[in-house]
Design a protein around this ligand. Structure first.
Ligand SMILES: O=C(O)CCC(=O)C(=O)O
Ligand SMILES: [Fe+2]
Length: 126
């Protein structure tokens, strides 16, 4: 299997991302984080984060990041991209514009037509 050995600098199509290190045996392959997406790369200093097997890293989807190449072995990570409809309905995290919705199948990247219908009124302060 020729799977990814590294991952270039990017932001996620998610409001928040969870990245859990599952193993297996590998060398190198640290994650690196820069700044939020709006900050020019030329003004960014990246920080490397080592994987700790069984531990997870929670980060904002707009926080620019990537993965350095592994030099040997296999690295398995569980990535959970979490989308918050109420946030992305206001501003698309990918194009940074107010979304104009078109009909789509399935979860349609988490955009919703009637955000008010999703509010949990039982938690509202009265
Ligand atoms: O390779 C990794 O652990 C990072 C994965 C990642 O950032 C992504 O899939 O969005
Ligand atoms: Fe990512």
């Amino acid at each position: 299997m020729n799977e990814d050995l590294d991952l270039s600098y990017h932001y996620d199509n998610a409001e928040v991302t969870l990245n859990v290190s599952l193993g297996k045996e590998f060398t190198d392959g640290n994650l690196f984080f820069g700044d939020m997406r709006q900050v020019p790369v030329s003004e960014t200093e990246c920080t490397e984060i080592e994987h700790r097997v069984t531990e997870g890293l929670l980060h904002r989807g707009q926080h620019m990041h990537g993965a350095l190449p592994i030099s040997c072995g296999q690295r398995w990570n569980l990535i959970i991209w979490m989308r918050a409809s109420q946030e992305r309905n206001k501003l698309c995290p990918m194009c940074n514009r107010r979304p104009s919705l078109v009909e789509g199948d399935g979860f349609a990247d988490g955009f919703t037509k009637h955000p008010e219908a999703q509010q949990n009124d039982s938690c509202a302060l009265t």
